[in-house]
Design a protein around this ligand. Structure first.
Ligand code: ASP
Ligand code: MG
Length: 415
């Protein structure tokens, strides 16, 4: 008998019919002889609806009240699931984050879990109950409800699985698992049977929405593999696990992208110590988060300083940069408010040269101009015009034969 944590996302509990379906899945795991702890998200669309309600009252709701409001969605789905199980004569009990003792810090709307108490869960399991826990919520030291950021139920599930030393953490969703890229954009995208924590972390941070980034961080910290799978099939899905456990090593695993980016380039910035820090502190004083940064000295006197921001911050960033340009005597900024970021991710590139040239060649052959490049050990990101994103993803996907699974063909790249 094993202890299994199963998390069901908003679409999995989106209707009463689907809640019945989830109940039968949970029941099935239980009948296999396992102890089951279930984490649920709010019913699909509910969290958005609550946020809209708040914003229709005031553009900046008080964070404490905001969290009280948006945490209610999970309370509905957890009780409905418990009722559905009880109706089948399966003993089940639902609990809020507060009742369990999911202690977080006080950063409302994006709180971090500090500690998870396990007594209540263990007692209910020992009494023969299936335990259902509200995802996305916790409580701070003052007893106020907090929430963990959008998609935070994944993190609740991983935190519970780690605290309970569960055998497996299963994340049930409406797709079959983690794909080489978003299958809604590229139907040729293939399901990955396995992916490493590190790659998944990059994919999540780069815009793949299948798992909340923090849940991947937490799982890798606790050495806890996560299985992402579909609520609506019996397929095994994708195992997110340690690099050493990956059986079929690939050169690259996937392509992540984000559309809503804007690029700002300051040319003719004085080539002096301290200028970069000055620019960045001005930007962060305006509460703007910078994503990519690149700088290079064009001659002895001047450098180009280029960065990207989220598109919603573009007007604010532009105003700040205009002030900076006047102050630094730099020539006026060159901007592109409609760019996208395309990133190729893979642990194989750590030890193999030629990945970048293959990627850039593919983009070049597709007639796509690269406006900025950044790299890390396992990732290459480029900024391109948003209009060419779909074509770019397709070209790179094809160039690395990600559409050919099993990836025997791709092994050739690794020789
Ligand atoms: N209901 C929350 C959201 O929509 C948390 C979650 O689904 O994980 O972001
Ligand atoms: Mg989610």
């Amino acid at each position: 008998m094993a202890l299994i944590v199963q998390k069901f996302g908003g679409s999995s509990v989106g209707t009463i019919e689907r809640i019945h379906h989830v109940a039968s899945k949970v029941m099935h795991t239980r009948q296999e002889g396992h102890e089951v702890v279930v984490v649920v998200s709010a019913m699909q669309g509910e969290t958005d609806r609550l946020i809209q309600l708040a914003q229709s009252l005031t553009p900046e709701p008080h964070p404490r009240e905001y969290d009280i409001l948006v945490s209610t969605g999970e309370q509905v789905s957890m009780a409905l699931l418990a009722m559905a199980l009880n109706a089948q004569n399966i003993p089940a009990r639902s609990f809020t984050g507060h009742q369990i003792g999911i202690l977080t810090d006080s950063s409302h709307t994006k709180a971090r879990i500090l500690n998870v108490k396990t007594e209540t869960i263990k007692k209910s399991l020992a009494d023969g109950f299936i335990v259902i826990v509200a995802g996305f919520q916790g409580i701070n030291e003052h007893g106020d409800i907090t929430t963990l950021g959008r998609g935070g139920s994944d993190t609740t599930a991983v935190a519970l699985a780690a605290a309970l030393k569960a055998e497996e953490c299963q994340i049930y969703t409406d797709v079959e698992g983690v794909y080489t890229t978003d299958p809604r954009m590229l139907p040729e995208a293939r399901l990955l049977p396995q992916i490493s924590f590190e790659e998944m972390l990059e994919m999540s941070s780069l815009g793949a929405k299948v798992l909340q980034m923090r849940s991947v961080e937490l799982a890798s910290k606790h050495n806890l593999p996560i299985r992402v799978r579909s609520t609506f099939s019996d397929n095994p899905g994708t195992l997110v696990t340690f690099e050493e456990k990956i059986m079929q090593k690939r050169l690259v695993s996937g392509i992540a992208f984000s559309r809503e980016e804007a690029l700002i380039a300051l040319t003719g910035v004085p080539n002096q110590a301290g200028v970069e820090g000055h620019i960045l502190s001005k930007i962060s004083d305006a509460s703007i988060e910078i994503d990519m940064i690149a700088q290079n000295a064009t001659d002895k006197e001047a450098t180009d300083f280029t960065f990207t921001v989220s598109r919603k911050d573009y007007p604010k960033a532009l105003a700040t940069v205009q002030e900076l340009a006047d102050e630094l005597g730099a020539v006026s900024p060159r901007c592109n408010p409609k760019v996208a970021k395309l990133s190729l991710v893979g642990i194989g590139m750590r030890s193999h040269a030629g990945v970048a040239s293959n990627m850039f060649r593919a983009l070049g052959n597709a007639g796509i101009n690269i406006q900025m490049i950044t790299t890390s050990e396992i990732k290459i990101s480029v900024v391109i015009d948003e209009d060419s994103l779909d074509r770019g993803v397709r070209a790179v996907h094809e160039a690395f034969e990600l559409d050919k699974l099993p990836l025997e063909k791709q092994q050739a790249f690794m020789e």
